[in-house]
Design a protein around this ligand. Structure first.
Ligand SMILES: Nc1ncnc2c1ncn2[C@@H]1O[C@H](COP(=O)(O)OP(=O)(O)OP(=O)(O)O)[C@@H](O)[C@H]1O
Length: 135
């Protein structure tokens, strides 16, 4: 009985094995997708980019750049969510100018990543779109 109750306690110790680490990592991905509307937008965009790439018949080297661009945005959204969670943990609902700055910086990182992704997509897709329109 005692050990059963102990098992139900929230985990605050290190992962004991790879399966636990994997389960917690997948939980992190699930939470960011469910909690962050922007992450869902990035994932839908990534899916549309995938379809556009298949339609255009991108070369292998093009796919590498597209993958880097898409991942950059998703990576930065993860960082943004991590910063928000830590800031909220520390300050809660209280106002603090540094809490606001940290969140603004994290949001700025996502915006910058989206900008880089747009540049990569323009460079990669431009010749394919040009060919589709004029040939
Ligand atoms: N505790 C706080 N103290 C000061 N300013 C805050 C605080 N919490 C949030 N803010 C300000 O409000 C903005 C929005 O806060 P919120 O927590 O919704 O950020 P957000 O979750 O980054 O938005 P999004 O989910 O769209 O990325 C922040 O960018 C920051 O300027």
């Amino acid at each position: 009985m005692v050990s059963e109750d102990k098992d139900k306690q929230p985990q605050v110790t290190r992962n004991r094995n790879f399966a636990m680490a994997l389960k917690n990592a997948l939980h992190g991905i699930l939470v960011v997708v469910l909690r962050e509307r922007n992450m869902r937008i990035h994932i839908i965009s990534a899916f549309m980019i995938l379809l556009a790439g298949l339609y255009c018949g991108l070369r292998r080297s093009d796919w590498l750049w597209v993958t880097i661009g898409v991942f950059l945005v998703i990576y930065s959204e993860f960082l943004n969510t991590i910063v928000e969670s830590i800031v909220d943990l520390i300050v809660g609902r209280r106002y603090h100018v540094l809490a606001g700055l940290a969140k603004d910086l994290a949001a700025g990182l996502v915006l910058a990543a989206v900008g880089v992704e747009m540049i990569i997509l323009l460079i990669i897709f431009e010749p394919y779109v040009y060919r589709l329109l004029w040939h």
